[in-house]
Design a protein around this ligand. Structure first.
Ligand code: ADP
Ligand code: ZN
Ligand code: ZN
Length: 756
């Protein structure tokens, strides 16, 4: 430690898999530069980093320290609040801070070329000319939508080119056309002024009583932290409640952050927001944007020029200086969980942010996650069924429940749900006769049918085709998972293994088969049955080409398809006005999946798919094929009774000590050589002996997807009722594993894993 020449040291977070910060000499920086991006030498290359601390000494010999190459002063520093979010994530998910922090930035800022990109993006500004100011927007041809949008935007004042490009569709041709007409010209950068609150367009209808009650509670909470769970059946008008709340937040000159699942971030949703807030600045943030476009949206948001950020999970890290409201739509959706790198849950991080910034957050869903449901008020009071989660339910973390119990459009009704008992009914290639008859009726009436083939729970159970018996683990009574490759049964809970039985343990039949049907087989069966019907299959194989899924959906929307066959891709976000029948195959597989959340996902999916039918006046019907017609899950689906389903599941979770009755961490191990992963994972279990206080560590078991791209995959689950105990345990375990892991092994720790 030499201090004589009072060098300034920047402690920099870098995008490398190490927990430490790195010291660099940087004499021209001070405390105000914390959060700034810097370009630094690292090994033989240069890379971007973020200044996290500034000091005047280093534990490293300063003679050996290298210097910061460039401080990016054209970008504002990352706000302290946002640094705190990164720090929280790094600690909670046990991921290196540098990777967490850099990973939350737009990719353009992470490259050593960041400064160049920023320079090349320095904005040109445009404004209307005197002539343009005279032009009456209504006299522009109706089809010149883009020109009209651009002119209208500029009439409100000069704007930067890149922001216009991000905000307006078909911006380039419109810009050229208006420049040619002499209606607009380049202009000086205007002085920064605070945005005027954007006046929303009036909604075309009155909110109903429930919607009003929900919005009133949210409005009342503006300005302080409060989490709401907005539970509303499909079509109950949740989006209207969001829009109403956002309008109030904007009126208070606050920014709104709206997170939606990947599949829901459609142009229609964006349109709905733009139509409602025509003069607000709205940006999208998602991973399919171009590098510059995403950077532009991020910079405008950071500068406070954006009022609404609409995005997928990564948008939860958007820099929002005056955040006033957070909305997470379809909060139960698995796509909010990142499945690589920093394995964060955007929903959970969103709750952290709302609390940190003292603003309300609305989690909306027709089928809330059981975690959120159990956090919501009153659903557990008195029942005592979730004592283990009590610590997470401190008074201030309680969510307030808002309910929308009927459809907003008075003429629209929920579809009727029927069961087809496969124990009584003949089936052709997995499609029950009863369902074929229903499809036939729709064909005669010129209506559309959708056949949904559930693919979840690809670790299947064996089931007796005669009596529906399913083998269970002799050690722990969980269902055994069928492993096709070596024809074994494995308990994914405790690791117990057995051979496939020759006969049913109940009725002695030799007819045991794995649950599950493929989409192609179903498509072929339907084609054979209905040779004249126009059938379209929508699954990952059939829609590999970019845009092909959209083309198929569009064709179906135009009524050019009679029968749609497909997987979860069919479940959401698309309206087929002529669809009156939904058939559901292979739902049973989810009830016997090794993943304890499979029934929860199945329920959500069934409710979603059912919501596809009967949207436009025509009554819809849902027919579910099952070998277990008396299963209470189906009764709950038939009643569309989420609360009943949730209570049933929570009782089970409580019994098995699964979330939300406990907290989990999953060690995921991958190895190339057979046996490597398992051996290492077993070693990792041994490392915990004597350390796992208040934590239960299970044996190493094969992952649901046992092999992937040539890697053998094994996992170890650890569980605790106490989040704190689990967190302490993970910290120590991680260090021990890191010390023991050979190069040939890949491993990660997944905190609050969603797929187990
Ligand atoms: P959700 O988000 O709950 O699925 P939406 O907000 O999309 O529901 O609303 C479903 C439909 O009902 C939409 O077409 C919407 O325009 C309409 N809607 C919403 N609220 C009302 C209302 N108060 N009166 C009439 N129609 C409404
Ligand atoms: Zn077992
Ligand atoms: Zn049997």
């Amino acid at each position: 430690m030499r201090r004589e020449n009072r060098q300034r040291i920047a402690r920099v977070a870098l995008d490398v898999p190490l927990d430490s910060l790195f010291d660099f000499v940087a004499n021209d920086i001070d405390e105000a530069d914390i959060g700034r991006l810097v370009r630094v030498p690292f090994g033989k290359r240069t890379t971007m980093g973020v200044v996290v601390e500034v000091a005047d000494h280093s534990d490293v010999d300063t003679a050996k320290l290298r210097a910061v190459e460039e401080v990016l002063r054209t970008v504002e520093p990352i706000a302290r609040n946002d640094l705190a979010v990164a720090r929280f994530c790094a600690e909670y998910y046990h991921h290196p801070l540098g990777q967490t922090l850099l990973g939350s930035l737009p990719p353009a800022l992470r490259t050593a070329r960041a400064a160049q990109i920023l320079r090349s993006m320095e904005a040109r500004y445009f404004a209307v000319t005197a002539e343009g100011a005279q032009v009456d927007l209504d006299r522009l041809p109706a089809k010149s939508v883009a020109q009209r949008g651009l002119l209208s935007a500029l009439k409100a004042g000069p704007r930067a080119e890149n922001e216009l490009a991000a905000a307006l569709p078909r911006f380039r041709p419109a810009l050229r056309a208006l420049l040619d007409k002499g209606w607009i010209a380049t202009a000086q950068k205007p002085a920064e002024t605070a945005q005027a609150p954007a006046d929303p367009s009036p909604s075309s209808f009155e909110l109903n009583e429930e919607q009003n009650a929900a919005s009133a509670q949210i409005l009342e909470a503006l300005g302080r932290y409060q989490a709401f769970l907005l539970h509303g059946i499909t079509g109950s008008g949740k989006t209207e409640v969001y829009l109403q709340s956002i309008a109030a937040a904007l009126a208070a000159r606050r920014q709104a952050l709206v997170l939606v699942p990947e599949i829901n971030l459609t142009p229609q949703l964006e349109q709905r927001f733009r139509a409602r807030f025509p003069s607000a600045s709205i940006v999208m943030l998602h991973s399919h944007m171009g590098e510059r476009e995403r950077l532009q949206a991020w910079l405008a948001t950071q500068a406070g020029r954006v009022q609404i950020v609409l995005g997928t999970r990564l948008a939860v890290f958007a820099p929002l200086p005056s955040l006033g409201l957070v909305i997470v739509d379809e909060e139960h959706d698995p796509s909010f969980k990142q499945q690589e790198g920093l394995r964060y849950s955007a929903r959970d991080v969103a709750v952290y942010r709302a609390r940190q910034r003292g603003c309300p957050i609305v989690l909306g869903s027709a089928t809330p996650s059981l975690e959120s449901w159990s956090n919501a008020a009153s659903s557990f009071d008195g029942s005592g069924s979730l004592k283990g989660a009590a610590e997470t339910k401190a008074a201030q973390s309680r969510y307030r429940l808002l309910s929308l119990t009927h459809r907003a459009v008075p003429t629209s009704t929920l579809p009727a749900v029927y069961l087809l008992d496969l124990n009584r009914e003949a089936a052709r290639e997995g499609v029950a006769e009863g369902l074929l008859r229903q499809i036939e009726q729709r064909l005669k009436r010129g209506e559309q049918s959708l056949v949904f083939v559930n693919r979840r729970g690809y670790a299947p159970a064996l089931v007796c085709q005669q009596c529906a018996w399913v083998p269970e683990c002799s050690q722990c009574a969980a269902r055994m998972v069928f492993h096709r490759a070596d024809r074994r049964l494995v308990c994914h809970h405790c690791g117990h293994t057995s051979r496939v039985p020759a006969r049913c343990g109940e009725c002695g039949s030799a007819d045991l088969a794995p649950l599950g049907e493929g989409t192609q087989r179903v498509e072929a069966a339907l084609a054979a049955q209905f040779p004249d019907a126009r059938i379209v299959r929508i699954d990952r194989d059939a829609t590999r080409a970019k845009g092909s899924a959209q083309r198929l959906f569009d064709a179906a929307g135009r009524g050019e398809v009679d029968i749609l066959v497909g997987t979860q891709m069919l479940a959401k976000g698309h309206d087929f006005p002529n669809l009156t029948l939904v058939g559901i195959l292979n739902a049973d597989a989810s009830m016997f999946s090794a993943d304890f959340r499979a029934p929860e996902r199945l329920f959500a999916q069934l409710v979603q798919v059912a919501g596809r039918a009967g949207r436009a006046g025509l009554p819809g019907e849902v027919w579910i094929q099952t070998r277990f017609p008396n299963h209470p899950l189906y009764a709950a689906v038939q009643q569309q009774d989420f609360a009943a389903f949730a209570d049933m599941q929570l009782a089970e979770r409580n019994m098995l000590l699964m979330p939300p009755a406990s907290h989990l961490v999953l060690l995921r191990v991958e190895g190339r050589k057979p046996g490597d992963a398992l051996r290492f994972a077993r070693g990792a279990v041994d490392l915990t002996r004597g350390h796992a206080r208040d934590v239960t560590v299970f044996d190493a078991v094969p992952a649901a997807l046992e092999r992937k791209a040539g890697w053998e995959r094994v996992q170890v689950m650890a569980q605790s009722r106490s989040r704190k105990a689990l967190q302490n345990f993970i910290g120590e375990w991680r260090k021990a594993i890191a010390g023991a892991a050979p190069r040939a092994i890949r491993w990660t720790l997944d905190v609050d894993p969603l797929e187990v």
